[in-house]
Design a protein around this ligand. Structure first.
Ligand code: FCB
Length: 471
């Protein structure tokens, strides 16, 4: 594989493909959720920016923007639509075409096997809490590895286990929409660890030249004070959001401290099987994907029941107020607020230094494991002029401030090998629909052809890449 630093952008299947039932695709849990009454906005990803029919144009624009890598995900339910496990060859055909297009421009594909969108038949059996999910995922993963082999140099098993588990079983805003179900949260988390390990076991059997990794959401925990209580909250925050994913995936073991603490919180851990230990130990990742959005700021647990909030209400039309997202985990930690740090309209801190701190902490704990910044992006209400052009200076500022911190960590010896802006073009934003935009390229959803127009950030990024060819 190329040793050049990778500069690119990222998307995910449900968010951009559209064509939700085309060419033999089965429904995913997101199709089911968005088509159900639980989806109070009625907004869906049925069409979105229709990457399914626009991929040639989108990939050409990446190349013209100087990007040499593209992170995307495969829709599991395009490949395995139903519980009978019959492979849908037409699903493979679509991704073969996407890869051909990437190859035409020398764009390195970085491909995620599941980015939230479990097939609905998996959801119907319990989704992430189904005892059969790790074997089912390994079956699908093996089919993908056999089909694409080394054509995909970078595979990712799961996108953002922590964020996904939290949204499904804590916040309850992603299907199956369970609010603060700690038992299911822990079961889901464990099954994700097993899905990752069992998919990697299939990957190793094929002796490919490609590498395999996992994409992680959270930055490391931080606190405003350094008292023993605050330091303990930081440790608990890391156990809860970082270590349960990263320790098994990188070191091959679930931290005993975490197991003890979870047990002490009254969780029944009988889903952990003795024979799983060896599977976790033997199947670790080659690289880490680290996403970069905001800081995890914690303080000691004080009082109250476990709860988690996100700030979606009123935000789809721009009328929302920025109230910080937060979590209280009883006996573990609480989210903290820092009045000096600005929030975006969705209540997320804009604190670029969090990625520097995280990368340094990763190196201290996990050594030289290669790290790709697999997502970094700024959600905003973009305003276009009459030509559809967006002068997104806020996004440019956000990205350049984060990049400064990332490159600083790299200069100090963290093994950062690539960087991806979220997102390549405007696309569906989970729950928030289409008003919250992240793209380097604008999509005009009112235009029947879904016209693409590069934003100011697209040209800025092109120049930034050109100026950093010596990395
Ligand atoms: C991440 C998700 C991605 C996108 C960004 C904004 O948590 O991985 O799909 O929605 O947030």
């Amino acid at each position: 594989m190329t040793e050049k630093f990778l500069w690119g952008s990222a998307t995910a299947a449900y968010q951009c493909e559209g064509a939700w039932d085309a060419d033999g695709k089965g429904p995913s849990i997101w199709d089911e959720f968005c088509h159900s009454e639980k989806n109070t906005t009625g907004i869906t990803g049925d069409v979105s920016c229709d990457f399914f029919h626009h991929y040639q144009e989108d990939i050409r624009m990446m190349a013209e923007g100087g990007q040499n890598t593209y992170r995307f995900s495969i829709s599991w339910s395009r490949i395995v639509p139903k519980a009978d496990r019959v492979i849908n060859e037409q699903g493979f055909e679509f991704y073969d075409n996407v890869l051909t297009e990437c190859e035409k421009y020398g764009i390195v594909p970085n491909v995620t096997l599941v980015h939230y969108d479990l097939p609905d038949y998996v959801g119907a059996q319990g989704g992430w809490c189904w005892e059969g999910i790790a074997d089912e995922f390994a079956y699908y993963a093996a089919a993908v590895f056999r089909h694409f082999g080394d054509r995909i140099p970078l595979y990712v098993t799961i996108n953002e286990p922590t964020h996904n588990a939290s949204c499904c079983y804590m916040v309850g805003n992603y299907p199956p929409n369970e609010k603060v179900n700690m038992q299911h949260f822990c079961h889901c988390a464990y099954n994700m660890v097993m899905c990752n390990a069992k998919a990697i076991r299939e990957f190793r059997k094929l002796h490919l030249k490609s590498q395999i990794g996992l994409v992680h959401a959270s930055c490391s925990a931080e606190a405003l004070k350094a008292t023993p209580e605050y330091l303990e909250a930081v440790e608990n925050g890391d156990l809860f959001t970082n270590d349960w994913v990263l320790d098994p995936a990188i070191k091959g073991e679930i931290p005993q401290k975490l197991i003890d603490k979870v047990k002490a919180s009254g969780i029944d851990l009988s889903f952990m099987k003795a024979e799983d230990r060896a599977v976790i130990a033997e199947n670790t990742i080659d690289f880490l994907g680290q996403n970069a959005y905001s800081r995890l700021l914690v303080k000691p647990y004080h009082s109250g029941e476990t709860c988690a909030t996100v700030n979606n209400a009123g935000n789809n039309d721009g009328s929302g107020k920025a109230a910080k997202e937060g979590k209280t985990v009883k006996g573990w930690f609480e989210s903290d607020t820092d009045p000096d740090v600005p929030l975006n309209p969705w209540g997320r801190e804009i604190y670029p230094q969090c990625i520097y701190n995280t990368l340094i902490k990763r190196k201290q704990k996990y050594g030289d494991i290669p790290i790709y910044i697999t997502e970094n992006g700024h959600g905003a209400y973009d305003v276009a002029d009459e030509q559809g052009y967006v002068a997104d200076d806020g996004r440019i500022e956000f990205l350049s401030n984060f990049l400064e911190q990332i490159l600083k960590a790299k200069a100090e010896g963290v093994n950062v090998k690539g960087y991806y802006v979220w997102s390549t073009m405007d696309l569906y934003s989970w729950i928030n629909g289409y008003k919250k935009r992240y793209g380097l390229v604008r999509v005009d959803y009112d235009d029947p052809d879904l016209k693409r127009t590069p934003k100011k950030s697209y040209f800025w990024y092109k120049q930034f890449i050109e100026d950093h060819q010596d990395l």
